[in-house]
Write a protein that binds this ligand. Structure first.
Ligand code: DUC
Ligand code: ZN
Ligand code: ZN
Ligand code: ZN
Length: 468
């Protein structure tokens, strides 16, 4: 069966044009000014709508054990939420058990991934350095198509690695064609600031922000970039939240460091004042790095427009308010760090970015699809609309508004960060490899249809920089 999408406005990272799309066997087989309806074709009318490449969210924590609890979405609820929100591929973090090899750990995560509705890959987290880890890296890339790993510079005792370990891992990863994600916060200073704060009886959620000030992020960002430079390896800085850290990225790019930077919707739209909401509503907004003073947002948007930031990832790390976030009612340090966001990333970036004039339509596609695909070895299979690409497509009506509410979400959380926010633009149809998986807000695709993404090696980070 063929599918023809007629009369839509196709948007890629470089172009906007009206054309019809022909899909055969899940792949885009033609783009033309017109394809006539045929008896053997399923025809979709996209008049008045944008046709975007499916979103690629490279920062998700589905089914993730963390801080003595675990995230509220698994691969069933999480990938349904993703699909509903226009995301057709995710790359999720693994979480290794102490003493387990990366390869054994990956097999466990691939099993979990089998219930996915959309296509999925993994970044292998390395939290325990040993020589075996180094030996496994080339196998991970060559045999498993896992071409990215993740290191943490915070969460000592649970995830943190030291500088020497980082250097050795980055160096070997770079040689193996693997890009290293880095969570850049100075864990030692933060642990001391938390201890000082609690000793003074400062236990409210706002102290989460005060004990993780921008200097702890910018210092670690600068250090991570220096380590990557010394190791001559590509590096991906996850969740850049503030102007000072972004400045470190800009300086490193100037020196020729192979760095790609990501920010998240919550840093673009929400600010530190949410951590002062009454009745512990503030607990809902605790994530790391923390929400920042509002003036940082303009720097992040400008960073996207100028190409310093190449991707927006959700950092979807959902915890229930009742029973999980409330663990820290009397002590901010016990609030699990993380916020939900996968279902709304597309809407939020479109509304506050494109609608409000901060970025172009092409830039929107670049940071949500093309940039992530190029950075993580999925391009040119995913990440654009062109002949030979998977038919992962989002039909979007820019003239219909919707109000975001947790009452109408697929993600398994009892709240939404953007509750009550009206966003202009609504997803009407989502296709994954040519199959309609979401129609008018309803997920109709079957669980388990998602495929594991065997990714290309990342020998050199391809620049996704372009003007606004
Ligand atoms: N930050 C979060 O908010 N959650 C997961 C881990 C992290 O780094
Ligand atoms: Zn036509
Ligand atoms: Zn992180
Ligand atoms: Zn994260």
């Amino acid at each position: 069966m063929k599918t023809i999408i007629q009369n839509g406005t196709i948007v890629t990272a470089t172009d906007i044009y009206k054309a019809d799309i022909l899909i055969e066997n899940g792949v885009i087989s033609g783009i033309s000014s017109h394809y006539a309806a045929a008896p053997d074709a399923n025809v979709i009318d996209a008049s008045g709508q944008y046709v975007f490449p499916g979103g690629i969210d490279v920062h998700t924590h589905l089914a993730w054990p963390f801080q003595s609890t675990g995230t509220a979405d698994d691969f069933v609820s999480g990938t349904r939420a993703a699909a509903a929100g226009g995301i057709t591929s995710i790359i999720n973090f693994t979480n290794p058990k102490k003493g387990q090899t990366l390869l054994d750990n990956l097999q466990e995560w691939k099993k979990k991934g089998e219930s996915s509705l959309i296509d999925y890959g993994f970044h292998s987290i390395i939290s325990e350095y040993n020589d075996h880890v180094l030996e496994e890296l080339p196998i991970l890339a060559d045999k498993e198509g896992v071409t990215s790993i993740k290191l943490f510079m915070a969460y000592k005792g649970e995830l943190m690695v030291n500088d020497r370990e980082m250097y050795k891992i980055l160096k070997k990863a770079g040689e193996a064609g693997i890009i290293t994600n880095v969570h850049a916060e100075n864990g030692d200073i933060i642990d001391e600031l938390i201890a000082e704060s609690l000793a003074k009886g400062n236990t409210e959620p706002i102290y989460h922000a005060y004990t993780r000030p921008p200097i702890t992020e910018s210092e670690a960002t600068g250090r991570a970039l220096a380590i990557a430079e010394a190791a001559k390896a590509p590096i991906y800085i996850v969740h850049v939240s503030c102007a000072d850290a972004l400045q470190k990225v800009a300086e490193a790019k100037k020196r020729g460091v192979q760095v790609t930077a990501e920010t998240c919707p919550h840093y673009l739209v929400l600010d530190e004042s949410y951590l002062e909401l009454q009745n512990f509503e503030s607990g809902k907004y605790v994530c790391s790095p923390p929400l920042r003073e509002k003036w940082n947002q303009e720097h992040l948007w400008n960073g996207i427009a100028a190409g310093q930031i190449s991707t927006v990832g959700s950092d979807h790390c959902p915890f229930l308010f009742e029973g999980q976030k409330t663990l820290g009612r009397d002590n901010f340090a016990k609030i699990p760090n993380g916020v939900p966001g996968l279902e709304d990333i597309f809407s939020i970036v479109y509304h506050f970015g494109v609608n409000e004039g901060r970025i172009s339509l092409q830039k929107f596609v670049e940071v949500l699809s093309t940039g992530p695909a190029k950075t993580f070895g999925l391009y040119p299979k995913k990440g654009s609309i062109g002949i030979g690409f998977d038919a992962d497509l989002v039909l979007f009506n820019p003239n219909v508004s919707r109000v975001i509410t947790h009452k109408k979400q697929y993600q398994n959380v009892d709240y939404n960060l953007y509750e009550g926010t009206e966003v202009k633009g609504t997803i009407t149809l989502v296709l994954s490899r040519g199959e309609v998986i979401v129609r008018d807000g309803y997920v109709i695709g079957e669980q388990g249809r998602g495929k594991f993404l065997f990714r290309n090696k990342v020998s050199k980070v391809q620049s996704t920089v372009s003007a606004m």
